[in-house]
Design a protein around this ligand. Sequence first.
Ligand SMILES: NC(=O)c1ccc[n+]([C@@H]2O[C@H](COP(=O)([O-])OP(=O)(O)OC[C@H]3O[C@@H](n4cnc5c(N)ncnc54)[C@H](OP(=O)(O)O)[C@@H]3O)[C@@H](O)[C@H]2O)c1
Length: 332
Amino acid sequence: MSARAIVVRELGPPARHRIEPVDVPAPGSGEARVAIVAAGMNFPDLLMLEGRYQYRPELPFIPGMEAAGTVIGTGPDAGRFRPGDRVIVRMRNGAFAEQVNLREEQLLPLPVGMSFAEGATFSVAAITAIHALADRGRLQRGETLLVLGGAGGVGLAAVEFGARLGAQVIAACAGPEKAAIARARGAHHVVDHPREDLRERVLELTGGRGADVIYDPVGGAGFDASMRCIGWGGRLLVIGFATGTIPRLKANLALLKGCSVIGVRAGESARRDPELGRRNLRRAFEIAAEGGLRPNISHRVPFHEFPEAYRILAERRAIGRVALLMGEDDRP
Ligand SMILES: NC(=O)c1ccc[n+]([C@@H]2O[C@H](COP(=O)([O-])OP(=O)(O)OC[C@H]3O[C@@H](n4cnc5c(N)ncnc54)[C@H](OP(=O)(O)O)[C@@H]3O)[C@@H](O)[C@H]2O)c1
């Protein structure tokens, strides 16, 4: 059977790639075939097109890490899902397609009440926030959490999850529209950078003590400012480098602040420790069942206009998440 997918034949910017028909064989043993309705755009998708992400699939490849859709067939020895089931799919790449075959372990039931677009943009951000703040940062009730890129995909989830854990949350983000969404998701304070000086404002808001935990998906100057407004014994969580600049750590500041700089890789941690992965997934779904960690989808882009979806991310126009639509979204 043939379906359409974005196929990356050579590395380069989004406009260089095309949607092409690809062959989808009958599902193999233990596999299910999913008709994808929506896929979630993540910053790593942008980096992967250009070979700038830590994971580099072999060419040609189909990008896309997460999606949601409906099971339309199953292979031999596959019994956990049935045609018609609404599912979330997770993979290292391959989600920007109309149909995929996946091992059943890669499917999760779409939480009740979630639309396909919400399901498609839920798990990467939710699990990154949970793993970073709970496992790596050990954020405690009453501590101050600073979230850079606080209205971005992984940032907004961290704002909400941090507030849920009982932290005082400061979100750093650009402009009033992003600030309003960060506040609505639980930020107690917002620093509108670069109009406001991050270091000065965080020190002011914490009575000079600095932040206990800092969640940094941005890198560059944001990381440098963070090292100057982190509190004694603080934990700076290195999530990513949306600015494209990998900062250099000044080790004397780590010594002076008695702080830790902690690398976070949510996907790799779950691959190395599947039980931790399952625990965090369960936690994310429990929160979703209570109505929490629902993605804020600022843009829904039709599949054939995919370069625009990448542009929205690159130009920092997304507030929360961007969804690519291969089919018609609905909410049960
Ligand atoms: N470690 C992990 O396990 C893990 C998991 C998922 C993602 N990540 C990483 O997290 C980072 C963010 O991913 P995301 O999907 O949340 O991206 P996103 O939605 O685009 O958010 C990134 C935020 O960074 C800020 N930013 C500042 N300078 C920027 C620039 N020059 N270009 C783009 N954004 C800039 C923007 O906020 P303002 O406009 O408000 O400044 C934007 O909202 C990526 O580096 C990604 O690889 C890491």
